[in-house]
Design a protein around this ligand. Structure first.
Ligand code: FAD
Ligand code: NAP
Length: 535
């Protein structure tokens, strides 16, 4: 790690967040070093190579906006581009801005300790088995919200003679399921995308479902080149309009802010139908109160339940696939032929509530006293979201306080950017920020721009450290909870609450609402970093 002893900024992760952070830090004239556990850039899109993986935010939106030439010169081939193309884009950005020179791949950050005497972090990394250290002034965690796969412990897993795959750690060489009997565990977004594609190859597929999920047709298609040209003609304005939306996305389909209950049943259905036809998250913008009023929400969920019943031929299977929870409470899925797949003769659905998975066996798995003979098991079981990756790193702040201890009862931050006892450390899309409830590239850019401005301010004013106050943290945590409690979002067992991980504290982690959040961050900066102490 020659030459890295005195880096100004250590950045952990080379996904979209770490890459942009590196680019911006360089513009400030600071020396930055990125550490990335993987062998390439792209983060999510480097690891999640499962069949059918693609974005669920339209590609014209799910892309960087920070460089006009970049957004003009790049063309996406589909409305929602697939993982290989998104990964190619990440590599293109890395080449275009010569980012690789300052990224150390195959290097996992294992520990970071704050040294009060020098106002520096002591960072320990594992470079393919060799332990190295560096001492940056600032530490930026670009470690991702969905980057620690959740691999539930199934008894007997070691006895299984076939292959076990997790969607979030998919083999780079791909997997050929042709003629194979495949079990898929999980029915979240990764499963909803992969099941129809794997079913095309497999000789038999059994899907093990714990919670049925709402899914809206993506209506994916080849890129509409006229739409692309129109968008590019005013790309900056288009991005700004999206930033004014709660999720920083979807302005092109507009939204209806009125109550679902202000319409007759017929009018309401017509509105849902129109947005169902548009595809994607536009559906949840049919009315303004779908996520705050249960009665309004019920109208949307019954519409989707009816759609599922129309598509799925077998009434018992259709009933099992019909979700019961509030729609939008778990992350909505977007699909291409998901429900249709259950009409195929070689695809079965098993409800694990009625037939719990008891154990894996040599030839498959045992659930509800039935042995399912399979060649491969796909774990589409999600992630230890938002905190999992950060807590795997041994981060030690002021007076030896570990982040694990600090967050024992759930994550506590100021603005999702900073934690009081961890000076000079910033998180990109950390818990307490809109992060996973947005088009994440917009949230990433906003955080990186804010952090960069803050680093510039610190340098210009000759400060050595920045730390947030406990008062600011407390007020922020209360605010994040209060906003969530005004909605229906904390009402089901979602990963937003950590409910998918046994033993994880139940805390609603992201902040709802991008525009007021951005305003707050801007105010904090304009008021000389209100809520922070600069030394
Ligand atoms: P990541 O892409 O997760 O990158 C973090 C990087 O940090 C990883 O490469 C990881 O290896 C590295 N890292 C972590 N810990 C360490 C360590 N200790 N040492 C070294 N390196 C480390 N969001 C959307 O807005 N729209 C979408 O359509 C969308 N689709 C998604 C599809 C899938 C399958 C998944 C899983 C997520 C999706 N997301 C989507 C969310 C997605 O994670 C973000 O959009 C975005 O890619 C996150 O970028 P990031 O750089 O913050 O994190
Ligand atoms: P997920 O939404 O958390 O889904 C995991 C699935 O596994 C759930 O159905 C869950 O059931 C089930 N599960 C977990 N543990 C289980 C166990 N022990 N036994 C049986 N079932 C179990 O994870 P994901 O599908 O990977 O998606 C995570 C997030 O990544 C998404 O919400 C989204 O933000 C992002 N993503 C986006 C896309 C996209 O379309 N672009 C694709 C993939 C992922 P429960 O619901 O009961 O917990």
């Amino acid at each position: 790690m020659a030459g890295q002893q005195n880096v100004d900024v250590a950045i952990v992760g080379a996904g979209f967040a770490g890459m942009y952070m590196l680019h911006k830090t360089r513009q400030l004239g600071l020396k930055a070093q990125v550490f990335e556990a993987g062998s390439g850039v792209g983060g999510t899109w480097y690891w999640n190579r499962y069949p059918g993986a693609r974005c669920d935010v339209e590609s014209l939106e799910y892309s960087y906006s920070f460089d006009e030439e970049l957004q003009q010169e790049w063309s996406w081939s589909e409305r929602y581009s697939a993982q290989p193309e998104i990964l190619t884009y990440a590599n293109h950005v890395a080449d275009r801005f010569q980012l690789r020179d300052d990224i150390q791949f195959d290097t996992r950050v294992e520990a970071a300790a704050w040294d009060e005497a020098t106002s520096r972090w002591q960072v320990t990394v594992n470079n393919a088995g060799t332990i190295e250290r560096c001492s940056p002034r600032f530490l930026v965690m670009a470690t991702g919200c969905l980057s620690s796969p959740n691999t539930p412990r199934f008894e007997g897993a070691e006895d299984f003679s076939g292959e076990i795959y997790h969607t979030g750690e998919w083999p780079h060489e791909g997997v050929d399921f042709t003629g194979k009997k495949v079990a898929v565990i999980g029915t979240g977004s990764s499963a909803v995308q992969s099941i129809p594609v794997i079913a095309d190859q497999a000789s038999h597929m059994t899907v093990f479902q714990r919670t049925a999920n709402y899914s809206i047709p993506a209506h994916n298609s080849a890129m509409d080149t006229e739409l692309e040209a129109r968008t590019k003609a005013t790309y900056a304005e288009f991005r700004d309009l999206n930033r004014q939306e709660n999720g920083a996305l979807g302005s092109r389909f507009g939204r209806n802010d009125e109550s679902a209950l202000a319409y007759t049943e017929e009018e309401r259905r017509a509105q849902f139908e129109k947005r169902w036809t548009l595809g994607g998250f536009a559906f949840m913008r049919s009315f303004g109160d779908l996520l705050i009023n249960d009665e309004a929400n019920e109208t949307a969920r019954s519409f989707v339940q009816d759609k599922i019943a129309e598509v799925v031929n077998d009434p018992a299977t259709a009933a099992l696939l019909a979700p019961k929870q509030v729609i939008g409470c778990k992350r909505l899925c977007l699909d291409t032929n998901y429900f249709e797949t259950f009409n195929l003769d070689h695809v079965d659905l098993v409800d694990v509530n009625a037939n719990p998975i008891e154990r894996f066996t040599e030839n498959g798995l045992l659930a509800g006293s039935t042995e399912f003979d399979v060649d491969a098991i796909v774990l589409a079981t999600g992630f230890d979201a938002m905190t999992g990756t950060l807590l795997k790193i041994d981060i030690e702040g002021v007076d030896g306080l570990k982040l694990q201890e600090k967050w024992e009862a759930g994550p506590r931050t100021y603005l999702g950017l900073s934690v009081p006892e961890f000076p000079n450390m910033f998180m990109i899309t950390g818990p307490g920020s809109p992060s996973v409830l947005t088009n994440m590239i917009m949230a990433i850019e906003q955080h990186v721009d804010w952090i960069t401005e803050c680093l510039g301010y610190i340098s210009q004013n000759g400060h050595t450290s920045i730390r947030t106050t406990t008062d600011a943290e407390e007020a922020w945590v209360d605010h994040v909870n209060a906003v969530a409690d005004q909605t229906l979002m904390p009402t089901c067992n979602s990963w937003y609450l950590g409910a998918n991980i046994p033993g994880k504290q139940r805390v609603f982690m992201p902040l709802i609402g991008f525009p007021p959040y951005v305003e707050k961050c801007n105010e904090v900066a304009a008021n000389d970093y209100e809520g922070f102490v600069l030394a």
